[in-house]
Design a protein. Structure first.
Length: 262
């Protein structure tokens, strides 16, 4: 029998809630790579024992989103440099296929849904809302898989790209970055709408190649947020303090502005 908590919520239920909240903060970079995480502070902020917090932390550690060093502490995982190129290549192969099939099979209603997500990105860009932009970006790619007739392709991409998502968050503050993404998405959408599968796949490939090209620059600007194989066994070195859970989402700028061609 599951132990009930306040309001009749079970231990499993509160553990799932803590896991979901903390995972969202880690992926969105509300908790920065290398930031200490205190189980005691989290338990206090939720008003529960440390048991469900500990279970959530361990699950996130298994996913590579938290690093645990027994003698040093628990930290938001740094972004593993070695994993990024491989993950982007996997994503590129899957999404080129999605784009080609979407152009060949997509229904008009699905194309309209795809174009709607592109317009939401434009609106978010004009408003300077990076969180809304990221959500619309995700929905755009998901809509392509839907139009291709293979929802599972996007589900598979989502499973492997968690660190790529964290890295992508670091690229958004660059001057012209959202404009460039919209331009590339527009090229993909136009090819799909015209039924040109080869051009759609090519446009998707060029779009995702940009993520690979940006890695050295983003790493140079945010060296503490990344880790290579040589430092993977060493805990982060910084003066940050562990915080309780965030009561409200807050957007932070992590990258200095840089002039980029639009």
């Amino acid at each position: 029998m599951r132990r009930p908590w306040a309001g009749g919520v079970s231990a499993r239920g509160i553990g799932a809630r803590i896991y979901a909240d903390l995972r969202a903060e880690l992926v969105s970079l509300e908790r920065l790579p290398g930031e200490p995480i205190s189980e005691a502070e989290l338990a206090k902020s939720y008003g529960f024992s440390r048991t469900p917090v500990r279970e959530a932390v361990r699950k996130l550690a298994d996913e590579g989103l938290i690093e645990i060093f027994p003698q040093s502490g628990t930290f938001a995982a740094r972004i593993p440099l070695a994993a990024l190129p491989e993950t982007i290549v996997i994503r590129k192969a899957l999404e080129e296929t999605s784009a080609r099939l979407a152009a060949e099979r997509g229904q008009r209603s699905q194309i309209i849904a795809l174009l709607a997500q592109l317009e939401r990105q434009r609106e978010a860009s004009r408003a300077g809302d990076r969180n809304a932009f990221h959500r619309a970006d995700e929905a755009f790619h998901g809509a392509i898989a839907e139009a291709a007739g293979y929802r599972g392709i996007w589900a598979l991409v989502e499973q492997v790209k968690v660190h790529v998502d964290r890295y992508r968050r670091l690229t958004l503050p660059q001057e012209g970055r959202m404009t460039r993404a919209i331009r590339e998405h527009a090229a993909i959408a136009a090819a799909i709408e015209s039924g040109d599968g080869a051009r759609a796949a090519q446009a998707m490939g060029l779009h995702l190649d940009g993520l690979l090209a940006d890695i050295p620059n983003i790493r140079r600007r945010n060296p503490d947020y990344f880790v290579d194989d040589a430092r993977a066994r060493e805990p982060p070195v910084n003066d940050r303090k562990a915080r309780p859970r965030k009561k409200a989402a807050r957007e932070e700028s992590h990258v200095e502005s840089e002039e980029r061609p639009c």
